[in-house]
Write a protein of this length. Structure first.
Length: 144
C-alpha cells in the first residue's frame, strides 16, 4: 500500500514539476544584459533606418527601432560593423527581439512593454529577427 501511495503522489507531482521546468526555461530565454554598452553619441539618419557615420569621427553609430503598435519601425535598417541598434519598447502589450537563424543567435532581448534594449553588430551580414510573442512582427538589420 505504501508503494501505491508514493506512486500516486509522484504521478500528481510530475505534471507540476514539468510545468515548473518549462516556466524556468521560458523565463531564461532572455537576458537582462546587452551585448555591449551603447555609444554615447548617435549619428543622424540619412534616410529612414540608415545611420550615417561622420567622416571625421571613427565612433560607432546608433540606430533606433521603435517597437509600438504591434510593429518594428523601421523594420529594415542598415548599419556599419561596430554600430549599435537600440530597440525602444512602448506598446500596450509585451514584445521582445529574437534573432532568426544561426547568424542572429546573439540577438535575444528580454520581454518588454516599456524600456529599451541594444545590440552591437560586429560582423557584416544580414540579421533577421522577430518578436517571439508575435511572430508576424519581423525586421532585418543589414551590417556592412
Amino acid at each position: 500500500m505504501a508503494h501505491s501511495t508514493v506512486r500516486t503522489r509522484a504521478a500528481r507531482l510530475l505534471p507540476t514539476a514539468g510545468a515548473l521546468v518549462a516556466a524556468v526555461l521560458i523565463a531564461g530565454c532572455g537576458s537582462n544584459t546587452t551585448t555591449s554598452t551603447p555609444p554615447t553619441t548617435t549619428a543622424a539618419a540619412t534616410s529612414p533606418g540608415t545611420a550615417a557615420a561622420s567622416p571625421t569621427s571613427p565612433q560607432p553609430a546608433s540606430v533606433t527601432v521603435h517597437v509600438e503598435d504591434m510593429k518594428f519601425s523601421p523594420d529594415t535598417v542598415t548599419v556599419q560593423a561596430g554600430d549599435t541598434v537600440t530597440w525602444k519598447f512602448s506598446d500596450k502589450v509585451p514584445h521582445a527581439v529574437q534573432g532568426i537563424g544561426d547568424a542572429a543567435m546573439g540577438i535575444n532581448s528580454p520581454i518588454f512593454t516599456g524600456g529599451e534594449w541594444s545590440h552591437t553588430f560586429a560582423v557584416p551580414g544580414v540579421y533577421r529577427y522577430l518578436c517571439p510573442l508575435h511572430p508576424e512582427m519581423r525586421g532585418t538589420v543589414t551590417v556592412r
